[in-house]
Design a protein around this ligand. Structure first.
Ligand SMILES: Nc1nc2c(c(=O)[nH]1)N[C@H]1C(S)=C(S)[C@@H](COP(=O)(O)OP(=O)(O)OC[C@H]3O[C@@H](n4cnc5c(N)ncnc54)[C@H](O)[C@@H]3O)O[C@H]1N2
Ligand code: MOO
Length: 423
């Protein structure tokens, strides 16, 4: 019997026929539906909680500011005592300063020297800026009209005691830590850090120094571990597994004990040595495999001993892209911070491309001086230098698109995925 080969397409990125490709949005919604927060809670000092996720609404224990106070250095008095035009008021002895309240009340028709942050003494509701005054130390003179309450801060004008200051599920940033501290919270209840296992697979990966051209360095593992750490999770290095189904299964068993989610890279496709996808299909509970996305189409999503596994493709560009697009929202959901999609913005294209229908594409991109998106010269999935050259992605929709200079495209900076910007 003679063999009848298919028509040569010679397009390694064309979506092979006879496969049910899962659209990106479908894969994302399946992933979202299959996950829920898995981490316990703990109480910790606010000062150490940056990057952690609130497990309970943070309620103000005191108001900010806790008392009405002066917003500037100047002179304070009761507004009702003022006349039209120039006012000359006698000064009381002493002054009101931050941390050194004025003892006593300021009599009607008098003024007091007051500094920024000082509690308004009884008899003072308005402050005039010292630059607008003349004073000989006994009296102070200034021109009206002055608005009642000017240059003062009301009690609780920022946040009132008892108010929810920061909602449950928020990831704490430095300003959050400042607010919680100002509101008298010294401890917060947060979720424990999500543990994320990272496993590389492949006989070609050098253990230590590469001994020949058949060996390559394991670039994915440090990249994935540092992404995980940068997002505030606990990276768990699960090492390297050879191309052996039994050994990969043992590494996954171990990983499922040590981590709340496992990222593997390599062996996700359907070749002779692609053991990860086979294992996940045969022994895991596969939710999606083969996504209509470029790069990253062999991505496999499954459960192993009850722990979610994302079987990332081995090509570093595909592994990186799938981690940002699929793993990031999944980790956030598991960690208690909810499901979040990155914010992109529409910019003009500074490139041309005819895009086929049937898959989503993420091009390595950066903005030029005019704010238009240029893309890396090669779409090769092993070109790590393109990830370094880029500052983000251009995300092209599942439909066909003919892009010329100026066509509006969606640009998503790396920073929208929570990556530190360069420089
Ligand atoms: N006949 C077909 N071949 C391939 C297809 C296909 O549909 N038909 N898909 C291609 C696409 S797209 C991708 S992506 C890759 C993904 O394959 P795997 O996930 O099975 O990955 P591997 O074959 O194990 O590795 C791919 C590539 O990446 C290198 N690699 C692997 N691990 C690492 C690591 N930790 N650090 C750096 N580089 C790594 C590996 O050596 C390979 O060169 O399959 C295509 N093939
Ligand atoms: O899509 Mo593969 O993920 O290009 O290299």
């Amino acid at each position: 019997m003679s063999l009848e080969p298919p028509k040569l397409r010679n397009d390694c990125f064309a979506m092979p026929q006879g496969v049910d490709w899962v659209p990106v949005d479908e894969a994302l919604s399946r992933l979202r539906a299959s996950l829920h927060p898995v981490v316990a809670t703990e109480t910790m000092p606010v000062a150490l909680a940056t990057g952690r996720i609130l497990a309970k609404d943070a309620v103000a224990l005191r108001s900010n500011p806790p008392a009405a106070n002066a917003a500037v250095d100047g002179y304070g008095f009761a507004h009702a005592t003022l006349a039209e035009g120039v006012n000359t008021l006698p000064l009381v002895a002493g002054r009101a300063a931050a941390g050194q309240p004025f003892g006593g009340a300021v009599p009607h028709g008098h003024a007091v020297r007051i500094l920024t942050g000082a509690i308004l003494p009884d008899g003072v509701d308005t402050v005039v800026l010292e630059e607008d005054c003349a004073s000989d130390g006994q009296k102070v003179a200034f021109r009206g009209p002055v608005k009642p309450g000017s240059n003062t801060r009301r009690v609780g004008e920022d946040v009132m005691k008892g108010q929810v200051a920061i909602e449950k599920h928020s990831r704490l940033r430095p300003p959050d830590v400042a607010l919680l501290t100002a509101l008298g919270l010294q401890q917060v209840q947060v979720f424990q850090r999500l543990r994320v296992g990272v496993l590389s697979t492949g006989d070609e990966l050098a253990q230590g120094t590469a001994t020949g051209p058949h060996q390559i360095y394991d670039a994915n593992r440090p990249m994935l571990l540092s992404l995980v750490a940068g997002w505030g999770y606990e990276p768990v290095d699960l090492g390297q597994a050879p191309d052996s189904e039994a050994e990969i299964a043992a590494f996954l068993d171990q990983g499922a004990d040590r981590a709340d989610l496992i990222l593997t890279s390599g062996g996700a496709s359907a070749g002779d040595e692609d053991h990860v996808s086979r294992l996940l299909r045969e022994r895991g509970r596969l939710t999606s495999w083969r996504i209509a996305v470029k790069p990253g189409r062999p991505l496999a999503m499954a459960m192993w001993n009850g722990v979610p596994v994302l079987g990332l493709p081995g090509n570093p560009v595909a592994a990186f892209t799938c981690t940002l697009v699929f793993a990031r929202p999944a980790l956030s959901l598991l960690a208690g911070a909810g499901w979040h999609m990155p914010q992109g913005h529409i910019v003009p294209a500074a490139f041309t491309k005819r895009k086929k229908a049937g898959r989503r594409e993420f091009l390595r991109a950066r903005l030029n001086a005019e704010g238009a998106a240029e893309v890396f010269a090669s779409e090769g999935s092993g070109r790590i230098s393109g990830l370094v050259w880029a500052d983000g992605f251009v995300e092209l929709p599942d439909t066909a698109q003919d892009i010329t200079h100026g066509t509006p495209v969606r640009y998503i900076p790396y920073s929208a995925y929570g990556l530190m910007p360069a420089g």
